[in-house]
Design a protein around this ligand. Structure first.
Ligand SMILES: [Fe+2]
Length: 297
């Protein structure tokens, strides 16, 4: 529900994504997060978007972690070589487990990004980040998105701002619907898994506005994944988004175990960056402790 997790979960975004500058809003039944694409994270010492973090120009082949300089290089599926600036190396699997070599610890999220499964035919996906400045990056990325949509939308798409085209703007509608804004077509919905509080169902949908005067397309077919399936098996979304889901999924089991293991039995959220999550839990508590369901406002 926020961009605070990007530094730990999606390090490949740090060279071109302003997670640290995110804006959060909380309203009675809806909350929102907005993060700009293009400017590098303030966790790094970069002044401009840095495509050199991807030495081979491809998204899933190699990556230099911008915070420690460790080079992650894909050897084959489920095998990643990690090289530290001091020259020491180690081999890891796609979960971050050590296989061999002097380096024995690696970032599991980067091992999955570089060494994990890739949807068929997308192994050579180019690093999508380019541009000499944050502004050039933004213009290039927004224009590329407009060109994709021009066949359906015509030149009216030129009236839509760069932010509406490429920034991460997403809403959370209490309790469980997460529509991304504008022309980013992602919707998330989380549903209970029966009465089992340890798991939930994660649904991802793409929904684009239908241009004026055009017929609605037929309903899309659903793809179902089992609990242990890799998200890249849902090829409809392409590897980029699916590998983002895989990184997010790496956290779930550990977070759930951690919540059971907390000595005080309570969680303290960051004052601003996690305000959406705090608001969600306050509302949930209010609903669960009420004799009758409170009215949505
Ligand atoms: Fe994420």
């Amino acid at each position: 529900m926020e961009s605070y997790h990007v530094v730990g979960t999606h390090p490949e975004l740090l060279p071109m994504f302003l997670d640290t500058g995110s804006k959060y809003d909380v309203w009675p039944n809806i909350s929102r997060a907005m993060s700009a694409s293009g400017p590098p994270s303030a966790h790094t010492d970069l002044d401009a978007p840095d495509p050199s973090a991807f030495p081979e120009g491809q998204a899933f082949t190699s990556f230099i972690h911008p915070l420690n300089g460790h080079l992650y290089r894909r050897l084959e599926e489920n095998r990643v070589e990690v090289s530290r600036p001091d020259g020491k190396t180690g081999i890891f699997d796609m979960t971050g487990a050590h296989v061999e070599g002097e380096v024995v610890n690696a970032d599991a999220h980067m091992c999955n990004w570089i060494g994990g499964m890739i949807a068929p035919g997308e192994e050579a996906t180019p690093n999508r980040f380019a541009g000499a400045s944050a502004q050039a990056f933004r213009s290039d990325a927004a224009n590329a998105r407009r060109d994709l949509m021009r066949p359906e939308w015509g030149d009216s798409i030129d009236a839509v701002s760069d932010a509406d085209m490429i920034d991460a703007i997403f809403y959370s509608v209490f309790p469980n619907l997460h529509p991304w804004a504008d022309f980013n077509p992602i919707f998330y919905r989380f549903r209970p898994d029966g009465n089992n509080p340890e798991q939930s169902l994660h649904e991802v949908m793409y929904m684009l506005p239908v241009p004026d005067g055009q017929p609605r397309p037929a309903p899309a077919k659903c793809t179902f994944l089992d609990l242990e399936d890799d998200y890249t098996k849902a090829t409809e979304f392409g590897s980029y988004l699916n590998k983002i889901f895989n990184q997010d999924g790496l956290n779930h089991r550990a977070v759930q175990q951690g919540l059971h293991n907390h000595p005080k039995g309570e969680v303290i959220f960051a004052s601003y960056q996690e305000s959406k999550i705090r608001d969600f839990h306050m509302k949930l508590e209010q609903w669960l402790s009420s004799e009758t369901a409170p009215k949505s406002t």
